[in-house]
Write a new protein. Structure first.
Lengths: 147, 320
């Protein structure tokens, strides 16, 4: 029996994306997307957090430094935060973090903040698909090679 | 009139005599004539040790945190940049305004020791004294006195300094300096780096940060880094591992910069003490520029303004 030559197997790049989803909106949105059977890329790993404001920049940087190709934070639309203002604070923080990451050579698209409500299953799948496409086009995270 | 060592000595002595202060944090000459070290006084008798000259680089404000429980007021000598870190400490409720007596000295630039030695081509032992003389420094070496243009030998932070005169003080020694003639477009180096492609930026920072030995001298010297337990010292979650690896260096240096966002007052201590010469101010100043342009915020100017990340405007457009 001839074993397949591993060198010949063409592995196409599949990015690993981490998505922090707010318990009150995006996580329920992801659930709805699943229940509604929307087609979605399988690159995204979801972590449920109680609020998008719960995600400290350390976690995002840690994920990227450990070789993940992209990180997303998905939260409630501005004005709809379960805790009144968590997502407003996240918005400022994410903006600065994105600028910092871009300054040290991480493409801005690798870190995304998106608003998805619990009713927007379709938007969840669209947002995830868009992120996966963009990050696939960017290729592997350069920090990942240095591990 | 510029402040002189003599004026500082007499003023501090007087402050001790009339009971305004119980302790004083200032500068004294260090191990050689190009080094100045922090000096802690408990009485006016020792005030003769104090100096003020263009070598007084240290930001002394961090020492205020160690004087929280002493009797009476603590006097401290601050330059323009240092005074802004005192404002930040006040804003973050780390020190009590009633417990500090701020002695401000307007500053017209501090010497970068290495630059000076390179320009003069001498060893540290040969320099006798450095004096401020308008747009130049008068350096006395064994063979005589030489005039060195300030632009050649100033610290990087002084070349872009916008607040040479302390923004907060109880007493000002010497005349206020409104602006420094050599300060122009102060974000040019940041803009230059920003304009590069992601790949080039990544290569640049990876090579700079690869030298980091994570000695945390930047943290120890920074007046903004006073956490009882820094995130790098935490074991659970273990944010930064002990591995000698690029990702740990990236993790430390980016998170450090982020934690100082909107709080860094450009004293440049982190970069000055870095044993491997990582241009940390390039990182800090990028974030400074960001908060300044997006949130119209400059740290260290008023203890009342809330920090930019602790506040928000519901309808602001940040492009998200």
């Amino acid at each position: 029996m001839k074993l397949p030559d591993t060198k010949e197997v063409q592995t196409e790049f599949k990015p690993k994306i981490l998505a922090f989803c707010c318990n009150w909106c995006a996580y329920a949105g992801a659930d709805l997307a699943g229940v509604s059977r929307f087609q979605m890329p399988t690159n995204v790993r979801v972590i449920r957090v109680m609020c998008s404001g719960r995600v400290p920049p350390e976690l995002v940087i840690r994920a990227l430094a450990n070789g993940l190709d992209g990180v997303m934070i998905l939260g409630c639309h501005p004005g709809e935060c379960h805790y009144s203002e968590g997502n407003y604070l996240t918005r400022r923080r994410a903006h600065v973090l994105k600028r910092l990451l871009s300054y040290i050579g991480i493409e801005p698209d690798r870190f995304q903040l998106r608003w998805v409500s619990a009713a927007e299953g379709a938007k969840f799948s669209a947002v995830v698909k868009e992120a996966a496409d963009k990050i696939t086009a960017l290729g592997p995270n350069r920090w990942g090679d240095k591990r | 009139m510029k402040a002189t060592s003599e004026e500082v000595k007499t003023s501090v002595k007087k402050l001790f005599e009339d009971g305004s202060i119980g302790h004083f944090i200032g500068y004294e000459m260090g191990s050689d004539s190009l080094r100045v070290t922090p000096c802690f006084l408990k009485s006016g008798q020792a005030a003769s040790r104090l100096v003020w000259n263009p070598l007084c680089a240290n930001n002394l404000s961090k020492y205020l945190l160690d004087f929280g429980k002493v009797e009476g007021k603590v006097g401290i000598m601050v330059k323009g940049c240092d005074s802004r870190s005192v404002v930040e400490l006040l804003k973050e409720h780390q020190i009590d305004r009633d417990k500090v007596f701020i002695v401000g000295v307007p500053c017209s630039g501090i010497v970068d020791r290495e630059k000076l030695l390179a320009v003069l081509g001498v060893s540290p032992g040969e320099v006798v004294a450095v004096e401020d003389d308008g747009d130049a420094f008068l350096v006395t070496i064994k063979e005589g006195t030489r005039r060195v243009k300030k632009e050649q030998v100033l610290r990087g932070e002084c070349l872009v300094c916008r607040y040479p005169t302390p923004v907060i003080y109880d007493m000002l020694i010497g005349e206020a300096v409104s602006s420094l003639p050599w300060v122009g477009d102060d974000y040019s180096s940041v803009k230059e780096l920003e304009a590069l492609s992601s790949e080039e930026k990544e290569r640049y920072w990876s090579s700079e940060l690869s030298r980091c030995i994570r000695c945390y001298a930047c943290r120890q010297s920074c007046p903004g880094c006073y956490c009882q337990q820094c995130f790098v010292d935490q074991l659970d979650p273990h944010w930064v591992g002990i591995k000698i690896a690029p990702q740990e260096n990236h993790q430390w240096n980016t998170v450090r910069a982020f934690h100082l966002m909107g709080r860094c007052i450009e004293c440049g201590e982190c970069q000055r003490v870095c044993p491997v010469k990582i241009p940390l101010m390039l990182l800090n100043r990028h974030l400074l520029r960001e908060v300044e342009s997006k949130f119209s915020f400059q740290p260290g100017l008023s203890p009342e303004t809330p920090p930019p990340l602790a506040t928000f405007k519901p309808d602001e457009d940040l492009g998200i």
